[in-house]
Design a protein around this ligand. Structure first.
Ligand code: PLP
Length: 290
């Protein structure tokens, strides 16, 4: 995954090699900050407003006041693509920390947040999106504010690593058998042509792709029930799928080594993938290539 050379640092555009953080940067010492990952198709941001809005919500939730308005931030992020002559599929990673100050748990006063954003190329992982993935299940040991896209990701990393060590793509997280989300994506169960997923409480990240799915199901007239499902419901599910900006909408075909439904991507998942491609203005079509 190549990183483009021009990055945004505060409100300046600089070469990526010139970015230097002081020792006492609060993101480095405390994970004291928030972030976003925004998908890019053909050099254009997808779900741009949703991501920027969530970034502001996350910042506000941990009492970081951004130095500029949403409109200004959007201008800077658009300019970042221009400066890099970015016209392909990729993503932007953007991070905001409380700033740099002598190490102290108490928030420093009068310190400007540190902001940076960089662009990476990211071709669509078509074979995975088409074929579907295997996942494991894992206890959700995160804190109670998972709606904040915080830099503190260690429990997510541990779960995803365990998935990888078991030859799987993701980990479905659960609290005493109640499914919240995955380590880096939202998760949905399909039963009798209805979709079930955890409500958007503090316990999960409110995914931007999920927001798009909420629009798609209205148009497709597929009921989406915001009711968390149980691990026990999975053995009886017709389909299972996950969503995120990097994974798009990906079928889950096996959980802990057991096939989901008939072990193939389901029809409702395919319809949503198709709606996603149309919404994101993607030319290549999974269904046509399936
Ligand atoms: C824990 C978690 N849940 C859900 C998502 C999906 O969010 P989005 O659709 O905005 O990419 C992510 C994305 O990184 C995530 O880390």
């Amino acid at each position: 995954m190549s990183v483009f050379p021009v990055i945004l640092s505060q409100d300046k555009f600089v070469h990526r090699d010139s970015l230097k953080f002081p020792l006492e940067e609060r993101a480095l010492q405390f994970g004291d900050g928030v972030y976003e990952v925004i998908r890019i198709y053909n050099g254009k941001y997808y779900l741009f407003n949703e991501h920027v809005d969530r970034l502001y919500r996350s910042s506000k939730a941990i009492k970081i006041k951004l130095s500029y308005s949403k409109e200004k931030l959007k201008e800077l992020l658009l300019e970042l693509l221009n400066r890099n002559k970015m016209i392909e599929d990729g993503k932007v990673y953007m991070q905001i920390s409380r700033g740099s100050a002598p190490r102290d748990h108490v928030f420093p006063e009068g310190v400007e947040p540190n902001i940076y954003a960089y662009v990476q190329s990211l071709p669509r992982n078509l074979s995975t999106i088409k074929k579907g993935v295997s996942v494991i299940t894992h206890r959700d040991i995160r804190w109670e504010n998972c709606y904040i896209k915080s830099l503190n990701l260690l429990p997510n990393l541990m779960a995803k690593q365990e998935a990888k060590e078991n030859g799987c793509y993701e980990a479905i997280l659960h609290q005493d058998g109640l499914v919240t989300e995955c380590s880096a994506s939202n998760v949905y169960l399909v039963k009798d042509e209805k979709i079930f997923t955890h409500p958007t409480t503090r316990n999960i990240l409110h995914g931007c792709v999920r927001m798009a799915i909420e629009r798609f199901v209205e148009e497709l007239q597929i009921p989406l029930v915001e009711d968390a499902f149980l691990l026990n419901d999975i053995s009886d599910a017709d389909e299972l799928f996950l969503s995120s900006s990097t994974s798009e909408i990906t079928p889950i075909v096996s959980v802990d080594g057991h096939p989901v439904g008939d072990g193939k991507p389901g029809e409702i998942t395919r319809k949503l993938q198709d709606a996603y491609e149309k919404d994101a203005n993607i030319q290549e079509n999974i269904i046509a290539n399936a």
